[in-house]
Each structure stands twice: as C-alpha cells, then as structure tokens.
Design a protein around this ligand. Sequence first.
Ligand SMILES: O=C(O)CCC(=O)C(=O)O
Ligand SMILES: [Fe+2]
Length: 301
Amino acid sequence: MSHDIPVIDITRLREGTPAERREVAAALGRACRETGFFYITGHGVDPSLLRAVFDASHALFALPDAEKERIARSRVGHNRGYVGYGVERLDTAALPDRKEAFNMGREAAGEPANAWPDIPGWRDLMVGYFAACQSVGASLHRAFALDLGVDEDFFVDKFTHPMATLRLLHYCAAEPRPRAPGAGAHTDYGNVTILAVDGVAGLQVRPRGGDWIDAPMIPDAFVCNIGDCLMRWSNDVYVSTPHRVLQPASDRYSVAFFLDPDADAVVEPIMARPGDTPHYPPITGADYLRERLEATYGHTP
Ligand SMILES: O=C(O)CCC(=O)C(=O)O
Ligand SMILES: [Fe+2]
C-alpha cells in the first residue's frame, strides 16, 4: 500500500463529463483509503483571494493583545474567536502547542455570532473565502460519494448548513522551546480538512503502520485530509491519519477549513460492499462533534 501523498487535479471533477468525474473520484478515493491525505490543484480558488486571506491573517495576528482579547474565544464562545498561545494542546502527552489561532463559523441567521477584528474589509474577505472553501468541499464530497458507491448527490442534503470552521493559524518561531510542537499529533474530527499554507513547511503525516513523513508545501495546492467523521461514515474504508506541525524555522501561517456535516445530518456507515456490517451505530453530526470535543477539552468550547 502506497503512503505517498498524491497531487490530484480536480478540474474535471468540477467541470467534466460523468466519466471524467468518475476518474477523478477514483484517484481521490484511492488516496482516502491509503494515506488519507492528498493535495488538490485545479480547485478553482483564485490565488489572489488566497493571497488576500494570508495578508489579512498577518494583520490580525499583528494586532495588539488588548484587541485580540476583545475577540477571544473565551468571551465569544461556540468555538469562535481568537485563541492565544499555549491554550491548546492537541497532543495531550506533549507540551502546549506553539500557535495562536482565529476561528470563524458560518455567518448566517440563526448561527452563533462570529467576532471580527476592527480591520476594514476583513469580515467580507473571510466570508468570501469561507464560501470558496465550502464549494471545494462540496466538489470533494461528490467524489467521495461516487467512490463509495452511493449517488453522486448523497452528501448534498447533509451539508446545507454545515458545522464548518475556518481557522487562521500562526506558528511562532521566536523563543523556540525544545520539545514544544507547533501543533501536537492529532487527527481531525470532521469529514475533510482543506488547508492552505503560506510558504513555510512543517506539516508531517504518519500513515497507519508507517513513520512520520513530510508534507511539503506545494504552491497554489491545498493539502486535504480525511477526518474521523468521514472515516466513521465510510465504515472505516477511508482513513483519518495522524498529523502534526513541527516548530517552524520562521513564522508560519496556515489557514484550515474544517468541514463537518449539518448538525442534524445522520452519520450512518455507508455499506459499499455486499456482506458489509456497520462498525458504528448512526449518530447525528452534532452529537458526534460534541462527543469528540468533550473528549478533547472535557467540555464543549
Ligand atoms: O497548520 C497546519 O499545517 C496543520 C494544522 C492542523 O492540522 C490542524 O489545525 O488541525
Ligand atoms: Fe489537523
């Protein structure tokens, strides 16, 4: 079994004929079964939008502490807002992560409010990027459905108001601390994560049964990985793979889009092959996420 991280052009998944979509879906499916990580190109997200998002991320993390504190997750709740250094420890056996972060959720009526820094244009830019990531996520889910042997639109009505989080990350290179990770080893909770990295390497992946391998930075490509929820949904056909971020040699910025299903979507293992038996009972998206967050934080943040 290959443990490489393939680079897959998804242009024909977005724009191609049914046969071309199937071909891309098969390549993505192979990566989801083997390493659980893949790069995508041809995703349709304008590089200038991504550049603007990274510029906005730099501006946010350069704000004075008092302004960061005003929009802190501890004040805002619902896993939204700014998270300071040392607050998170993704690997509970390691030191706290050397990173700061900013989280936002869907900006829509009935959703918990996001907190915004006082920077002109910032909110609209992030809302636009969030929508772009949602669209990439929808394309990927069409491919997962094709590959898992269900209708191409299987996931559509399960992602109409998804519990998605857009997360800006800043890994600090100053005052290096021996043994403190940038982000400790972990798996992601949701269905799929779509990650953009701004120039500085540091991500490593540990395929099942293998050693840590580097996931190098590839310009204009997103790094994507399967999370625990889709592993469960696929009845363990897809793998959610541990990964970590080393302390970077220079400041590192990344932007992660975590795509979870609708709160009321039923995550019931897809039985692709005759004779398959479900490894898990059905659960709603919300109950599943709550279970995972409680296991990590001892409460739902
Ligand atoms: O910043 C990165 O490269 C990866 C971040 C990550 O794995 C996470 O936040 O779950
Ligand atoms: Fe992660």
